[in-house]
Unconditional design. Structure first.
Ligand code: SF4
Length: 72
């Protein structure tokens, strides 16, 4: 499974960091950062392969602008 964070559209509200610190932290640019992810500078999308989603589903649900997604 893969967690995807569309950083370009992240508004930096911090909700994902509060609910899911295992995967998310705030970056110096004021937006969330998906820890350990691969970042595509062109699309500004972060992707992380995971075996266990843990709190990631909650992060998807809490994001007010729906920029966190999970693919299977
Ligand atoms: S919840 Fe969504 S908008 Fe808020 S910091 Fe996380 S990814 Fe960005």
């Amino acid at each position: 499974m893969k967690i995807i964070h569309d950083k370009a559209k992240c508004i930096g509200c911090g909700s994902c960091v509060v609910i899911c610190p295992k995967f998310f932290e705030m970056a110096e640019d004021g937006k969330a950062h998906l820890k350990g992810s691969k970042f595509d500078a062109k699309t500004e999308i972060e992707e992380l392969e995971v075996e266990d989603l843990g709190c990631a589903q909650e992060a998807v649900e809490v994001c007010p602008v729906q920029v966190i997604k999970i693919t299977k």
